[in-house]
Design a protein around this ligand. Structure first.
Ligand code: ADP
Ligand code: MG
Length: 319
């Protein structure tokens, strides 16, 4: 439904995206995940025909974004990063305006507006001036305009940005329900956000796609390693620690957890629980062990591992 092949976009000499390729199949909800500046909006603007790529191709439902932009636009409902709402218009007037811009047949306009207002639960504010609405309502009006004309593909650029937690849940549920009848691509810089909404995630960093997978697999794949935290009565040096633990099967790496050498992270094979072996080896090696626990990486940390060069950031403790 969405086919992106080798998309590259330069702003002057800055390569905002480089050789970006991915596909979204019919009926999927795909998350387009990456930190700020990764190139999400750039990619989305090319897909929605707002600007041409420097090279590469994008097709929506078989139509080329560069050569067939009129047909592409008909396939897409687009919620841009900054929703272009006419703040002085009422909700209803604005939707009428968008319906006419989308050239929706006059006879269908009333029905269409009723339909999208119902889906987005904005009927009760239809007569209100957009500028006076809360951010959550405005975002729903933005979604409603994207849905007008019932396009098969919905593209949402950071649809929950700036919303409070309740509004985020509302928008997320709304997106999930839209997934029943639409193919959806939504960008976000928050992993749990897409993990909870999408069937598949495309991760982009510094303009390049770094991973594509289901949220579950992505998490699992990155969690092959587990970590044990150990704490000692007094400072230990790394060569002593490596001397004692280095021989144990399943130990991947040993890293300091603090600056004074009293707490350490031991990276281990996910498949085995090495806590007892580690404790035994340390005590037999004469170390005064005062703490030992396993640590799981949260989704956020998994994400940071993928998108940053640092191989290590302090994990949160769950046990
Ligand atoms: P994201 O949406 O993932 O935050 P963007 O696609 O907006 O990322 O930006 C990707 C990179 O391109 C960033 O380095 C950004 O500063 C740069 N960029 C975006 N738009 C422009 C523009 N109109 N002119 C110059 N540079 C831009
Ligand atoms: Mg953006």
């Amino acid at each position: 439904m969405i086919e992106v092949e080798g998309l590259t976009k330069y702003y002057g000499s800055l390569a905002a995206i480089v050789d970006v390729s991915f596909r979204v199949e019919r009926g999927e909800i795909v998350g387009f995940l990456g930190p700020n500046g990764a190139g999400k909006s750039t990619t989305i603007k090319i897909l929605t025909c707002y600007m041409p790529p420097s090279s590469g191709t994008a097709r929506i439902n078989g139509f080329d974004c560069l050569e067939d932009s009129i047909n592409v636009r008909r396939q897409i409902g687009y919620l841009p990063e900054n929703v272009p709402l006419y703040k002085e218009m009422t909700v209803k007037r604005f939707l009428e305006f968008v319906a006419s811009a989308k050239q929706i047949d006059r006879s269908r306009v009333k029905g269409e507006i009723g339909r999208v207002m119902e889906i987005c639960a904005i009927e009760d504010v239809s007569g209100r001036i957009i500028g006076n609405l809360s951010k959550g309502y405005r975002q729903r009006v933005g979604l409603a305009q994207a849905l007008l004309g019932n396009p098969p593909v919905i593209i949402l650029d950071e649809p929950t940005i700036g919303l409070d937690p309740t509004q985020i849940i509302e928008i997320r549920n709304l997106i999930k329900s839209l997934g029943k009848d639409h193919t959806i691509l939504m960008s976000s810089h928050i992993l749990p956000e897409v993990a909870q909404t999408c069937n598949r995630v495309v991760i982009i960093n510094k303009g390049k796609v770094v991973a594509t997978d289901s949220p579950e697999n992505l998490t699992r794949q990155l969690q092959k390693k587990a970590q044990i935290t150990v704490g000692f009565e007094k400072s230990i040096n790394i060569s002593d620690l490596k001397g004692i633990l280095g021989g144990l099967p399943g130990i991947i790496d040993i890293m300091p957890a603090d600056g004074d050498g009293m707490r350490w992270y031991i990276e281990t094979d996910q498949e085995r629980d090495l806590r007892a072996d580690v404790a035994k080896a340390l005590v037999e090696g004469g170390m005064r062990l005062v703490e030992l626990k396993t640590v799981d990486m949260t989704l956020e940390e998994v994400f940071m591992h993928l998108v940053t060069e640092e191989d290590y950031s302090a994990p949160s403790e769950v046990v």
